[in-house]
Every structure is written in structure tokens, then in C-alpha cells.
Design a protein around this ligand. Structure first.
Ligand SMILES: [Mn+2]
Length: 356
């Protein structure tokens, strides 16, 4: 992490960085630059300086949080924390993550540290995190393996009459039990017509005939996976089968284009055009997004107007989809961008998976 911190000061020219995280405004950078296991924290602060070890200011409510290589001070009151910050900050330019400060917390910080200039360094903070270290990739990979296995076990959990919400809950239990961590987000389970809504919220609908779209992810040691699999109850009609095959082709196409130097917007356009030609519908959302400490991590990913170029070590989802009137099909796998070839962290099956 030291290397990344050094680079950050080179890129930003600030004198120090103050990172905060709270339940209202989770900041992955707080955990990334401290090495603390991600979780819910409040009122703590992390101070990065160019020549000193990072300083963790923790409250008396979080006496156990710590990580290797940190200086740690435990404070009782906010005033005490502010006094330490004042003493520690020698320069004038203070870098903050402008995307993860509420207006209220920034106001408070400005008042507590008079005479300082606050610089939004969110762009450089994202840049520092968009290429994953090998240890990060192995955590995401483990999360993807756990997720894939749980999805493969879904037919065993499925019962006649189970609702979308109940199946989502059972799946969440499996994911959390096996990963010893949280889920990336509450699982989406969408049967029949509901699969045509991209962000459907698992409902009280009893799962009956038709397609079942399941989008979920385990976290492993704070790192997210994000996969979508398509199931079917009863024999799938030809239309569903055919669309699945087309979307799977699109996914493979997108993965193969994901090599170093490719432009994210070009990958998006090529896959979108492919779907338009073969399924009659262009992409209505991004083809995929960065994956890491957050489900939607940096880089932003395969978007129509992205200016990003893919680099080796970026971890992304590839999730083409077609949303029709009666049903939708989305297939999502996780990949690592490589110099000449992508590396798959998961592999969607060739066909719809029968639930019973
Ligand atoms: Mn996704």
C-alpha cells in the first residue's frame, strides 16, 4: 500500500489526506489505504502523510480495529480528534474524497481545521484502486467461486411454491455462511415477466413456470463478486432458449474484447451492435462495471460514453442483457483484463439451468 500512497501524493500534490467513512457515506478508500477489514465504522478518521505512517484515529467504540503498519490513537470526543488532526497536519492543502463526504461533515471539518484548503482528490483515489493487486484479485476470485457454487446449488434449495423473496433469502444465507462475510447486495430473484425489469426487487410472487433470473454476489474479505445466472422452471420454450444462446454469445464476445488497450466504449458498442443485429435490441445499460471493495467499483466500466482504456489487472463484470415484453435474459460473469487475453473468474453454463 505504501507504493500506492506515494503515487497518490505524486499525483495530487497535496500535503496530507483525511479519509472518513460512515454508515451514510461508505468510503472504500478508508479501508484500502489503511488495510482495515471493511465493515461499518463511524466517526473514525485516517490521516495519510507523505513521510509518516498512516495515522488511524479511532473512537472508543471501535477499540479492536487496527491493521499492520498503522499508528493508532484512540479518542473519546470529536474535539479531541480534531485537536490531533490540527497538530498532525503541517501543510495547507488537504486532500479529501469529495465523492464520499457529506456536505455536513465537510462543513464540520472546515470549521475544525481553519486555514486549510480542501482539495477533492476523488479522481486520483479511484485511479489508485482501479488496477487490482494480486491479493485483491484472489479475494474477488474466491468470492466469485463461492457465488458460482451457491448458484449451482440453487436447484437443491428450490421448492414448489417458494416465493422470489424466500429463494433470495435462502441464497443469501448460503452465500454469507460460505464466505464468512456479507453479500455484495441483496440477491435479485426475478421470475417470468419480472426478469424483464433490470433491477427487480425479489417479490412475494410464487415462482412458477418460466425463466428465473438470479443476480447475486458474495463478498470475501471485503471484496465483491457479482454474477447473474438464468434458470427455468419447466421446459423452456424455444424463444427463451434461443435468446439465452444469443446473450451468451454476446457475453463471450465482450470478454474476448477485454484486453489491455481496448477502449471500454468500443467494447460496449461492439457488443451492443451484436445484440441489436441478433436479438433486435441494443444494450439499455452498461455492458459491465468495475468490481472490488464495492459492487460498482472503479473503473466505471463498459459504458457508451466511457473514456477509459482497459489495463491489465482491472477486474470487471461482463453482463449483456436483452429485456423483452414477457421476459428478459442477462448473463453476468467476472473477468480480469489481461495483456492479450482476459482471465475468467466465473463461467456461465451453455444452457438455462433447470430448477426442477
Ligand atoms: Mn453487475
Amino acid at each position: 500500500m505504501l507504493k500506492k500512497t506515494k503515487q497518490l501524493f505524486k499525483d495530487t500534490k497535496v500535503d496530507a489526506v483525511v479519509l472518513r467513512t460512515s454508515p451514510a457515506c461508505f468510503d472504500p478508500c478508508f479501508f484500502y489505504f489503511s488495510g482495515i477489514q471493511p465493515g461499518v465504522l463511524d466517526n473514525n478518521a485516517l490521516l495519510l502523510s507523505p513521510r509518516k505512517k498512516p495515522l488511524l484515529l479511532r473512537t472508543v467504540l471501535d477499540p479492536e480495529i487496527n491493521a499492520k503498519g498503522l499508528r493508532v490513537k484512540t479518542v473519546k470526543k470529536r474535539k479531541q480528534m480534531e485537536a490531533i488532526l490540527n497538530k498532525e497536519l503541517s501543510g495547507k492543502r488537504i486532500g479529501i474524497n469529495g465523492q464520499r463526504y457529506t456536505l455536513a461533515s465537510l462543513k464540520r471539518l472546515k470549521k475544525a481545521l481553519p486555514g486549510k484548503r480542501f482539495v477533492d482528490i476523488s479522481t486520483q483515489l479511484s485511479l489508485a484502486r482501479e488496477i487490482k493487486e494480486p491479493w485483491e484479485i484472489s479475494r474477488i476470485s474466491k468470492a466469485a467461486k463461492i457465488t458460482e457454487k451457491a448458484l449451482n446449488d440453487l436447484p437443491k434449495i428450490f421448492k414448489k411454491g417458494i416465493t422470489e423473496r424466500q429463494l433470495a433469502l435462502e441464497l443469501e444465507f448460503l452465500l454469507r455462511e460460505r464466505s464468512k462475510d456479507n453479500v455484495s447486495f441483496p440477491p435479485i430473484v426475478a421470475n417470468a415477466r419480472n426478469s424483464s425489469f433490470p433491477h427487480h426487487f425479489a417479490s412475494e410472487r410464487k415462482i412458477s413456470k418460466g425463466i428465473v433470473l438470479v443476480d447475486c454476489g458474495a463478498k470475501f474479505k471485503g471484496y465483491c463478486a457479482d454474477l447473474t445466472r438464468m434458470f427455468t422452471v419447466g421446459r423452456p420454450p424455444k424463444k427463451e432458449k434461443a435468446l439465452y444462446e444469443t446473450v451468451l454469445e454476446a457475453k463471450k464476445f465482450g470478454q474476448e474484447l477485454s484486453v489491455e488497450g481496448a477502449r471500454a466504449c468500443d467494447v460496449f458498442k461492439q457488443v451492443s451492435d451484436f445484440l441489436k443485429r441478433n436479438a433486435g435490441q441494443a444494450l439499455i445499460h452498461g455492458l459491465g462495471h468495475g468490481l472490488g471493495l464495492e459492487t460498482h467499483d472503479c473503473p466505471p466500466g463498459f459504458l457508451k460514453d466511457s473514456k477509459d482504456e482497459l489495463k491489465t489487472g482491472m477486474v470487471l463484470t461482463v453482463e449483456p442483457a436483452v429485456y423483452g415484453k414477457g421476459f428478459g435474459v442477462r448473463i453476468e460473469d467476472d473477468i480480469v483484463v489481461g495483456k492479450r487475453k482476459f482471465r475468467a473468474l466465473s463461467n456461465a453454463p451453455k444452457q438455462l439451468i433447470p430448477l426442477r
